[in-house]
Ligand binder design. Structure first.
Ligand SMILES: [Zn+2]
Ligand SMILES: [Zn+2]
Length: 420
């Protein structure tokens, strides 16, 4: 039915490294399609992308998601540095493109398409790792900070300065997409979270991101973007709540206020606790934070119950595991004895939330593998010893993949040598 995975990877690489603007754009559009086709159920692709998925679409999308994960991983091996560098320059340095293309609108277009492709590819942790490595192992932190500042600053500036009409037209590209990049990188990279913490020394998370969630601002966006923005920020909140390296810091830096703003922005949404919605992600974050003593202590100190009481209606969930989350949190924080009917179901809930996050799973690179995504906890997949990018669930699959992978793998090593 469709072309072989290897061919796809090679075709994408050719398009994405092309000097011809049209071909490059085509490459970006194909990546976008490969990443989000499962949500192309409605007719307005541009705006329906990244809208919350219903459960059935997630299931339908799994196979496709694995395929995309494989394409992204192999693309990162094969011509990874050239592709990523190109996208990178496009997404981060619009000015230099102005010289190349001569006119501003082509340069802006180049930025937008690059940014879309980065937003898709950065859902893969493997790609992000490759990317930060590519941009300099030694300067990884500096690069991570640059990435954070650029995407964040871009979204903020667009939100602040664009006139309402332009914002309606470009909201997805100028605000939602850069925010998605921030959320993706935070999920995928410890170095990025570190950079984020440094950058945020002066300003709280709420000061940085709260304004994107205000009703006033969201009313300026088309409905698709107005839904995506809280979704991406709930991704970011969930990542911070689940990362042991950042959760305490995030709590001190206004994570709860940011989550409250997400609840507020989703207050009218009917899909209360449904899998994959911003509310679901905030609920999962709360549940996770309520499960270890130091974070519970912090929640008490921050008066979490008062912060979230206005959104109690959103937090009381009966699906999918029959736990009343509000009751549980309240009891935990007030040191009442808690009986969460089955704690294991809570654990399942947080795990499934992690899985349903916006990240593309890490998968075994062998295209016929049925092992599914790398487990969130436990044994990790092995990396290819040469490129350190391809992943394998077993030796057998590594051997099977080597037949085709060796071409890509060697190309990658040659590139690395050339660029160093
Ligand atoms: Zn390899
Ligand atoms: Zn496998």
């Amino acid at each position: 039915m469709d072309e072989d995975l290897e061919q796809t990877v090679e075709r994408y690489a050719t398009l994405l490294t092309s000097n011809d603007a049209e071909r490059f754009e085509k490459g970006c559009a194909l990546i976008d399609d490969a990443c989000y086709q499962s949500e192309e159920v409605g007719n307005q692709k541009a705006e329906s992308s990244w809208a919350p998925k219903s459960r059935i679409e997630v299931q339908v999308g799994n196979q496709k998601q694995e395929r995309f994960a494989r394409i992204a991983q192999e693309l990162a091996v094969y011509k990874g540095s050239a592709v990523l560098l190109r996208l990178w320059e496009g997404a981060l340095t619009e000015r230099s493109r102005l010289e190349q293309f001569g006119d501003a609108s082509t340069a802006v277009r180049f930025f937008q398409t690059s940014c879309i492709a980065v937003a898709c590819l950065s859902t893969s942790k493997v790609v992000v790792e490759r990317c930060l490595k590519e941009l300099g192992a030694a300067g990884q932190k500096r690069i991570a900070r640059e990435v954070y500042e650029t995407f964040y600053a871009r979204a903020s500036r667009a939100a602040r300065e664009m006139d309402p009409e332009k914002l309606i037209a470009y909201g997805r590209l100028m605000v939602a997409t850069p925010l998605k990049c921030v959320a993706n990188f935070a999920l995928a990279s410890k170095a990025f979270r570190e950079a984020m913490r440094e950058y945020s020394a002066e300003r709280s998370l709420f000061e940085q991101f709260g304004h994107f969630l205000s009703a006033e601002f969201r009313s300026k966006l088309l409905s698709g973007s107005a839904t995506s923005v809280p979704l991406f920020l709930s991704d970011l909140a969930m990542t911070l709540a689940f990362s042991t390296d950042s959760q305490m810091w995030a709590l001190d830096k206004g994570l709860l206020k940011l989550m409250a703003a997400v609840y507020e922005a989703s207050a009218s949404a009917t899909q209360r606790g449904r899998n994959g919605t911003p509310v679901f992600r905030c609920n999962a974050s709360l549940l996770h934070l309520a499960q270890s003593e130091p974070t519970v202590e912090k929640l008490r100190a921050l008066n979490a119950l008062e912060v979230f009481r206005p959104y109690k209606r959103n937090i009381v969930i009966t699906e999918p595991n029959g736990i009343d989350l509000w009751e549980y949190i309240e009891a935990k924080l007030l040191r009442r004895t808690v009986i969460m009917r089955e704690l294991s179901s809570g654990r399942q809930f947080t795990l499934s939330a992690q899985m349903s996050g916006s990240g593309t799973p890490v998968v075994c690179s062998w295209k016929h593998c049925t092992a599914g995504p790398e487990p969130v906890e436990g044994t990790r997949f092995e990396k290819c010893g040469h490129c350190k990018v391809a992943r394998y669930c077993s030796k057998e699959h590594q051997i099977l993949h080597w037949r085709t992978h060796k071409i890509h793998c060697k190309a990658s090593l040659a590139q690395d040598k050339a660029s160093s």
